[in-house]
Design a protein around this ligand. Sequence first.
Ligand SMILES: Cc1cc2nc3c(=O)[nH]c(=O)nc-3n(C[C@H](O)[C@H](O)[C@H](O)COP(=O)(O)OP(=O)(O)OC[C@H]3O[C@@H](n4cnc5c(N)ncnc54)[C@H](O)[C@@H]3O)c2cc1C
Length: 473
Amino acid sequence: MEKVVIMGAGPAGLSAGYELQRSKIPVTIFEADSMVGGISKTVEYKGYYFDLGGHRFFTKFDAVNNLWKDVLGDNFKKTPRLSRIYYRNKFFNYPLTPLNALMGVGIKDTALILSSYFRAKLFPCKEEETFEEWVSNRFGKKLYSIFFKTYTEKVWGIPCCEIQAEWAAQRIKGLDLSRAIINALHKSKKSDIKTLIEEFDYPAYGPGMMYTHMKNRLESLGGKVFLKSKITRVNHSDFRVNNVEYIDDKVNINKMSGTEFISSIPVTELVQIMNPPPGREIIEAARKLKYRSVITVDVIVNRKELFPDNWIYIHSPEVRLGRIQNFKNWSKNMVPDENKSSLGLEYFCNENDDLWNMKNEDLVRLAAAEIERINICRADDVEDYLVVRVPKAYPVYMMGYREYLGKIREYLKKFSNLQLVGRYGLFKYNNMDHSIMTGLLAAKNIVQGSRDYDTWDINSDDEYHEEKKVLHQ
Ligand SMILES: Cc1cc2nc3c(=O)[nH]c(=O)nc-3n(C[C@H](O)[C@H](O)[C@H](O)COP(=O)(O)OP(=O)(O)OC[C@H]3O[C@@H](n4cnc5c(N)ncnc54)[C@H](O)[C@@H]3O)c2cc1C
């Protein structure tokens, strides 16, 4: 009988575990945090529910959709979507619609946008290696500098010329300025442009609800989930994992052996806890892979209504704030008092930079001043707050990352009973559904006693991204 050990109880690890347990294969999951859901968890504070970001549930994978519906049933609701860009004290449609963007920036910038677009069409950059080149080729330099550069650099913390074009290709699919204009002029025709989804699914109490229910289901089938249990070592021989060591909530070090292992913990950490360790080259490659983090300053605001959007992208360079979530517009259940609102104010940062190390009181002071500055509400409307730091929120597709990741992948693929899944397990900038799909397929491999599916090769572009989506995460 297989005995499966899973590292991490985010969407990927839990889905793998649930799938196995449904096939009567016993699983034990170790989760470092005190709750499940990973970066898709929901934090509760005084009856308010805060999503870490805003998690739209959207997928083209039937298996994932069925799983979500099976787990939450009627608690999984359709939510109308509205999101806009805030720039130069104005709101712009998101994703950009040409007329709205051109009218909003004024005649002079419109002329510059069009001339730089035609220049890009006549003299495109031949090698599209960077984000800047990829976007400028499709939208022209001027539009790129107004609507892509500032926000993208806020998110990634590095210049757009250091971000791989691959990221843009993955996130901004099927769109360029002329196609967008044609689309706007032929609104009645069904567009082939993968535009915005008008509505999405969302659990009544945020994404954490999905994963808490999944954990409960898994446990009711006999699976085990150990919280506050951090994997600290993965012992192996002859390219087979024998057991893992973990520190439990009483700071005891324990061992758990298994026949099959699935890891959803950051791959950069995994290679560092392999025992015996891999070669120096692999450890070095892991050190070179970078993540971007996010701080969510979650505030309770003494205002019944603030704005109609689910979220707003803050392009304005004069504030450090990157994005605002308005949780009432995601689900009414997130806010217990209908006369109040709650916002998630997202600051993109690096672990241990000035924002990351700022005291919570200072962070909320900064955040309150910034939302006043961009006319969302007055700073003293903020009544209470909770700060959540989310390390490793985004794997960074910086130049050269593929080579480093390739070395790590080559090493880990040699292990016959270890599969990697999920966003950080595979170092793939993906959504919940892709993370879950990799978990489900890893489970399937174990159930079938095969390796029919290679989780590294499950393509995040395969008809499932949130593409409909578009310019930003
Ligand atoms: C701001 C933001 C907005 C997003 N919006 C969306 C969206 O709208 N729609 C969408 O589909 N996706 C969205 N995502 C992506 C989504 O959050 C991820 O794809 C998903 O959570 C990844 O799941 P995972 O299980 O692979 O990883 P995680 O969620 O990161 O789970 C990994 C788990 O492993 C645990 N762990 C780590 N190290 C150890 C260790 N040593 N021992 C034990 N446990 C360990 C962690 O604590 C964590 O619980 C968003 C992400 C962010 C950051």
